[in-house]
Design a binder for this molecule. Structure first.
Ligand SMILES: Nc1ncnc2c1ncn2[C@@H]1O[C@H](COP(=O)(O)OP(=O)(O)OP(=O)(O)O)[C@@H](O)[C@H]1O
Length: 475
C-alpha cells in the first residue's frame, strides 16, 4: 500500500466495475509515521547495498571524486575527472570491443533504462492492460534489468503472479509502440520471468549481396545471410530437412541458391550432391549444369529421381545398420540434398493421381528416414495448407518468408510461432525491404529467429556455373 499509494489517498478511492453497481472501498489501515520511515529507510539501504554490490566501479568513481572535492577542492577534482574521461576515450579508441562490452553497452543500458523504460513503464503497462488495479491497489509488473548490445535492448521483467506468457505475447505491438521500438519479442527465461527484446536497428533492412563461396568443402551449416542481431545466418542442411514457405515473390529462390552456393566446394570435392526437382521450370533450370545430371522438371522424371534417392537411401541404411547411427560425408557416400522448388506442383496440383501418390510417398520416405544416412530434403512452396503439403510436419527446420495470412504462420512454423513474434504476414511486399526476409524455427529452438538470405543474382548464378562445371574447369 505504501509503495503505490502513500499518504491518505487510498481512503478516497472508490472502484466500481463498469457493468454492475458493485462498489469496492479499500480498507485503510492507519500506519504510524515512524513505521513508514523505517520501511523507506530500509528500502533505501537495500537499494544502496545492491547498487554497490552490482556496480562497484561505477559507484567508486563518483565516491572518489566526491572525496577528492571535499579534501582538495575543485581544481584537483576536475583534473582527476579529465584523466578518467581521457582514459575511457583512449580505451574506446584502442580496444573498441572490450570497451563496448565492459563500459559502452552498460552506459547505454543505464541511459535507456532512465530515459525510456523507467519513464514510460507505468503508462505502457497501464494502457496495454498488463498492470492490474484491484480494490484500488495497483499491481505493476517489475522491470528488473536492462541490457544492451549493438542490436537491441533486452529487458528482464517479473510478471505479475497469475499472468501467462500469452498475456505478454498478445501485446507485443503495444509494448513496441509504447517504448518507441519497431518490434518486440517475448521469451520466457524461467517461471515468472520474461525477456523482452526491443531491436534498436534493423540489420536486415537492406538487401544482402551474394556471399563469397566458401574456400573449404563443407556440408554445412552453410552461411546464407544474416540474422536480425547482425550475426551470420548459418543454415544446417546435413542431418535435417528444411521446409521453406513464402508467397510469390517472397524470395524463396534466395534460400535455395544460397544453399547451393555454400555447398559448391563440397560438390566439387565429391562430398555433396544436389538433386534438383524443378517442376516450375523457372528457378533451378538457370543453373542446371551445376547438378551434374541430377535435375528433373517433368513430373514423371521428378518421380524417377525421387525413387532413385529413396533407393540410395535404403541401400545406405542397409549397409550402415548396426555399424553407424549417423552419416559422415565421404566420396563413396556423399551427402545428398534433394532440392524441390514449388513442391505443391508435385504433391497437390499434379493431375495424375498415381504420380502424385508416388511422389508424396517418396518424399515422405526421404523425410522420415533420410537424415541419419545423409539424404536431406529442402522443399519450397507457396501455399502451406495441409491439403497442399500434408507432410510438412516431417520437416524439422522451417522457414516462413512473407505470407499472405496470419494463420499461415503457425501452419509453417508450428503452433504458437506467431505469438512468439514470427510476424511473417507483416514482412514488406516491397522486394528491397522484404524479399528474402523470413522467420526461421529450428528443431533445436522454439524461438523463431528473423533472418534475411543474401540475394544470388542471375549474374552470380552464371559465374557459379562458369566456375563449378566441366565447362568452367576446362576453361
Ligand atoms: N534475398 C533477397 N534480397 C533482396 N531481394 C530479393 C531477394 N530474393 C529475391 N529478391 C527479389 O525478389 C524477387 C522475387 O524473388 P524470387 O523469385 O526468389 O521469389 P520466389 O519466392 O521464388 O517467388 P515465386 O514463388 O513466384 O517463384 C527477385 O526477382 C528479386 O528482385
Amino acid at each position: 500500500m505504501f509503495k503505490r499509494l502513500p499518504g491518505d489517498e487510498a481512503r478516497n478511492l472508490v472502484t466500481t466495475t463498469p457493468d454492475t453497481a458493485v462498489v469496492f472501498r479499500p480498507a485503510v489501515l492507519k500506519t504510524p509515521a515512524l513505521v513508514t520511515l523505517i520501511i523507506y529507510g530500509w528500502r533505501f539501504l537495500v537499494a544502496l547495498v545492491r547498487t554497490l554490490w552490482r556496480h562497484p566501479i561505477a559507484s567508486a568513481v563518483p565516491v572518489a571524486l566526491g572525496a577528492l572535492y571535499a579534501w582538495h577542492g575543485w581544481p584537483l577534482t576536475a583534473s582527476a575527472l579529465g584523466v578518467v574521461v581521457l582514459v575511457l576515450l583512449a580505451w574506446a579508441f584502442c580496444a573498441r570491443d572490450s570497451f563496448a562490452r565492459l563500459v559502452g553497452w552498460r552506459l547505454l543500458a543505464w541511459w535507456r533504462l532512465m530515459s525510456v523504460y523507467c519513464r514510460h513503464w507505468q503508462a505502457v503497462m497501464d494502457v496495454s492492460g498488463l498492470a492490474r488495479r484491484i480494490n484500488g491497489r495497483a499491481y505493476m509488473p517489475r522491470l528488473l534489468k536492462v541490457q544492451c548490445d549493438s542490436w537491441a535492448d533486452r529487458i528482464t521483467v517479473r510478471m505479475l503472479d497469475g499472468q501467462a506468457v500469452k498475456d505478454w505475447s498478445d501485446r507485443t505491438d503495444n509494448l513496441a509502440q509504447g517504448f518507441g521500438a519497431v518490434s518486440c519479442r517475448v521469451a520466457l527465461i524461467k517461471g515468472g520471468r520474461l525477456l523482452l527484446t526491443f531491436p534498436r536497428s534493423d540489420p536486415l533492412a537492406a538487401p544482402i549481396p551474394a556471399l563469397p563461396i566458401p574456400d573449404e568443402p563443407s556440408v554445412g551449416p552453410v552461411e546464407i545471410g544474416k540474422q536480425e542481431d547482425g550475426q551470420p545466418l548459418k543454415l544446417k542442411v546435413h542431418g535435417t530437412h528444411v521446409l521453406i514457405a513464402g508467397a510469390t515473390g517472397a524470395g524463396k529462390g534466395s534460400f535455395l541458391w544460397d544453399t547451393i552456393r555454400g555447398l559448391l566446394p563440397a560438390m566439387r570435392a565429391g562430398l555433396a550432391e544436389i538433386w534438383a526437382l524443378d517442376p516450375k521450370l523457372m528457378e533451378l533450370s538457370f543453373g542446371r549444369e551445376l547438378f551434374r545430371g541430377r535435375y528433373a522438371s517433368d513430373p514423371a522424371d521428378c518421380a524417377d529421381l525421387l525413387d532413385e534417392a529413396v533407393s540410395v537411401m535404403q541401400k545406405r541404411a542397409a549397409r550402415f545398420a548396426g555399424l553407424q547411427r549417423s552419416h559422415t560425408p565421404t566420396v563413396e557416400d556423399p551427402f545428398i540434398l534433394v532440392l524441390v522448388d514449388e513442391v505443391a506442383f508435385l504433391t497437390a496440383y499434379q493431375p495424375d493421381k498415381q504420380l502424385r501418390q508416388r511422389i508424396s510417398a517418396a518424399l515422405a520416405t526421404l523425410a522420415t528416414q533420410g537424415r541419419s544416412v545423409g539424404v536431406g530434403v529442402m522443399a519450397a512452396l507457396q501455399d502451406p495448407r495441409k491439403e497442399v503439403m500434408n507432410i510438412r510436419n516431417l520437416f524439422p527446420d522451417k522457414i516462413a518468408l512473407r505470407l499472405d495470412e496470419s494463420e499461415q504462420v503457425d501452419m509453417v512454423l508450428g503452433d504458437g510461432a506467431r505469438d512468439r513474434g514470427a510476424l511473417a504476414d507483416h514482412i514488406s511486399p516491397v522486394p528491397e525491404l522484404g524479399a528474402g526476409v523470413a522467420y526461421m524455427r529450428l528443431e533445436t529452438s522454439p524461438e523463431p529467429v528473423r533472418v534475411r538470405a543474401a540475394y544470388v543474382s542471375d549474374d552470380d548464378i552464371r559465374a557459379m556455373v562458369a566456375t563449378f562445371t566441366a565447362r568452367g574447369e576446362a576453361a
